[in-house]
Design a protein around this ligand. Sequence first.
Ligand SMILES: CCCCCCCCCC/C=C\CC(=O)SCCNC(=O)CCNC(=O)[C@H](O)C(C)(C)COP(=O)(O)OP(=O)(O)OC[C@H]1O[C@@H](n2cnc3c(N)ncnc32)[C@H](O)[C@@H]1OP(=O)(O)O
Length: 291
Amino acid sequence: MRIGIVTSGLGIARQCLRKNTSVYRTCRRQVTGSGSPLDLNVDSKTGIAVLSMNKPPVNSLNLEFLTELNIALEKVENDKQCKGLIITSSIPKIFSAGLDITEMYQPDIDRLEEFWRTLQDMWIKLYGMNCVTIAAINGHSPAGGCLMSMSCDYRIMAPNYTIGLNETQLGIVAPFWFADVMLNTVGFRQTEMALQLGTLFKTEEALNIGLIDKVVPQEEVLSAAQQEMQRWFKIPGFARQLSKTELRRPTIEKLLKKKEEDIGYFRDYITKDAIQKSLGMYLESLKNRRK
Ligand SMILES: CCCCCCCCCC/C=C\CC(=O)SCCNC(=O)CCNC(=O)[C@H](O)C(C)(C)COP(=O)(O)OP(=O)(O)OC[C@H]1O[C@@H](n2cnc3c(N)ncnc32)[C@H](O)[C@@H]1OP(=O)(O)O
């Protein structure tokens, strides 16, 4: 039941309409505007925010979408009522198709650099979130989608989808910080094989190597995430947060120290003729898949 105020643009709902019966005490606020590719609902009773990606056809991460994600993550982090964040998708069968390849193919250089900076910022925020983060992976989650999932504290996935860092299959290389997050999640051996082969793991395979934590039927992914959140909420928040920070800080600091250098590497690498050719062919193959 939604009884909150829907705001537009960047404004967060300032009021909550409450009725006097206890059933209405939950104050759910939709804090993104209508027509936004993101739907952020904060339930002030449970302290859980649900961020649902809704950018057809495949939730690909372009500059504008990444900017919206950054704003949403900031809102959640600044909202004192939010103790946990669930990231999911409103697009059937797709969590996120990863980076929008059209941002990298025949790019405008200023925009390309801005795109990469915004991706770095999004990842730094998500990986370092103080609140508990759970990825409710209700669809395919390749490359950038896998990065987002791995950056959460816990991953619940529906059967019969795929997840992984498949960059080499596109003829490109996963950046060091994507690799670091995978390394932190599944260990060295699985990472070195998965990155070289560009493996997209089926749900069950992902569970077996620890890339995801739980498999539940499609229709239960969100409720399982809500339930899992309760386990994390039972731990004293400060102790849990500090443990997370201690473990993740070195990985985040590594990128922070090299942010500008990394943008330069990305720009120079992606604009190479051979890479452009690979990306062009991959885009073409995606478009021809349904023919
Ligand atoms: C020295 C070292 C320096 C290092 C430098 C760094 C180098 C760069 C690193 C880049 C890092 C990350 C890379 C990425 O995230 S790249 C993205 C990888 N993603 C994929 O490979 C996924 C591709 N998509 C799919 O497999 C499928 O679309 C799907 C997600 C399984 C969904 O399948 P579907 O059948 O439901 O939909 P489909 O018909 O395929 O697609 C619908 C339309 O969407 C277009 N599309 C799909 N994915 C993308 C995408 N990622 N970007 C842009 N567009 C995408 C697809 O072309 C269809 O378009 P249309 O309807 O035909 O016009």
